[in-house]
Design a protein around this ligand. Sequence first.
Ligand SMILES: Cc1cc2nc3c(=O)[nH]c(=O)nc-3n(C[C@H](O)[C@H](O)[C@H](O)COP(=O)(O)O)c2cc1C
Ligand code: SF4
Length: 682
Amino acid sequence: MSEDDRYGVLFDEIKIGPVVAPNRFYQVPHCTGMGYQAPNTLAAMRETKAEGGWGVVCTEYCSIHPTSDDTPMPSASIWDTADIKAHAKMVENVHRHGSLAGIQLWHGGYTSPNLYTREISVGPQSRPSARGNPVQSLAMDKRDIANYREWHRAAAQRAVDAGFDLVYVYATHGYILSQFLSPENDRSDEYGGCLENRVRLTREVLEDTREILRDRCALAVRISSDAGMTDGEPDSEEQKEVIALLADFPDLWDVNIHDYSYEMGTSRFVGEASLEKYVSYVKGLTGKPVVGVGRFTSPDTMLRQVQEGVLDMIGCARPSIADPFLPKKVKEGRIEDVRECIGCNICYAGDSLANPISCTQNPAMGEEWRRGWHPEYIPHRTSEKKILVVGGGPAGLEAARALGDRGYEVALAERRSTLGGRVSLEAELPGLAEWGRVRDWRLTQIDKMDNVEVFLESEVDCEQIREFGADQVALATGSHWRPDGIGRWHGSEVSGWRDARVITPDDIFSGMEISGPVLIYDDDHYYMGGVMAELLAGRGLSVTLVTPEPLVSAWTHNTEEQARIQKRLLELDVTIQANSALDRLSTESATLACTFTGRERVVEAPVVLMVTLRRPDEELYASLQDFIEEAEPGVVTRIGDCLAPGTIAASVRSGHRYAREMDEDVAHGAVPFRRESPELFD
Ligand SMILES: Cc1cc2nc3c(=O)[nH]c(=O)nc-3n(C[C@H](O)[C@H](O)[C@H](O)COP(=O)(O)O)c2cc1C
Ligand code: SF4
């Protein structure tokens, strides 16, 4: 039972076939950019989730055979007995806290490029692999299908040997079983064509897996509840038939939707619990527990979904990344302490870019083993130092919070009348309101601390810092956008920028009213250029967005939102000038140059909004040089954007690291974390 009785239902035990989950909190499979390459890092990270109360903790997609290799994305693997040890470690860690461990057996089918294994990919048809790799798959014949079934059986056996409680048959996300299920599967044998034929392989693999698992492990299936995009009504008729055909065969249904960019949508486009209308019918077709996702952070929403019979178990990927202790906090009635996911998908960018997962809200994510960081516990201070943090943006707030948590006496000085810095400003932009959670969670925590004092409207200078007499000073003064056009394309100022009416996002934040057509030059390529275009077009202005990249907000393809941003801008009639660099400016016009040919064209530009590069606000740091020279090394430290402008996640991490390393013996120049080391054989 929850200590807060309202949420007691969320802590009911749930029987899943032969095993019992201690509650309804279910960490669905999510990859980490670690996979088979970082087993210690992974085992520690998954353990933290179990420690935080997740009743079921699953692996990421785990390849069953070398014909399924997603390199450069590091999936997990269970190719042979050598892989068992790493999984057994994760299982042991999860079991230590009374949770169940699940494994998602994965075969990518024709999407697998197999860049590492160099095996030929296989699928129902000969189709091109993912990410534009210029290779096609082998169309499987009956022997290939029998081989695949054998690989899956063998992998399931290894999963049992590793100690897992729950084994997935993975029939969605465009991988092999969904390729067979797809209406595009027009094979002429009994595995293609009509629906019954297309379902055959999924049913056979479920039967095979059941035979291996017997009554030792639960059999889960992950499948899509619809077959279309999310812009219209759900396109569920065929999936309903598929689910009805298999209704009570698996022990658990984990239902997602066809449109990944919606299933895993950023908060800019998709709200909490938005999958409800797509998945709510599934419980009517099966007597087995149903898990679904929806970036659930509110226990009230979770409770409602359970009470209204939408879901039996609350599936979470991102909420469990942002707060591995979410269930425990709900159980203890500490709802205000839940560190809510902001829906930015920086975690997914780790996967897209093939590097270990990180999180904007939870700087300890991925650092549990290699740096020994825990998301909830931080070592107590080892000195009586008094610390001044200047600047209350994401870096300053996190530094003050974490230092306060360590027990230090902290003063936080902010020149504005409110805290949050860039987070507060950016949260006012269209769709970004949830980003304010970065500030809100930290303020909630700081409010509880007697040892952290906040001074608003307090712009401090060199003299005041000297007079304040802090033992350590962290400067978190942020950054400002440059107006001069220096960015990725231009290493020096764009000619004529001083003659033109050039503004930056900072002018928009400070409330500057503009009228008439606006040309946005986006050489930053993350969200700011696109969101400024959305804001201004939404105000009725005529907006042209110029970018040297082929797509607007090009980097956001890593956060699975680029297509949605481009669609929104096109719908708002923003004119997009891609593959175009801003060459020079005059009072009313801009000369653009094609990034390939250099061919020029002149466009009207009475107002130019530059979104290129940010300049760290380091005037205060510069003014402190004498003080720094007189003081002990390291007394004054820059953190966050005023050290190096970056993502909000980078600022939070910077502030957190500052707090963690206070009074620690940090060996400068040394590798700052433990590394996984490959075994040498000769
Ligand atoms: C970083 C990340 C990695 C993911 N990797 C997988 C995966 O390996 N297998 C899978 O079935 N889904 C994967 N997903 C999708 C999630 O399981 C989940 O369906 C989706 O994130 C929506 O749930 P949420 O709103 O709770 O995040 C991943 C999601 C994220 C954010
Ligand atoms: S990175 Fe962003 S989306 Fe991902 S879990 Fe953290 S806060 Fe949520």
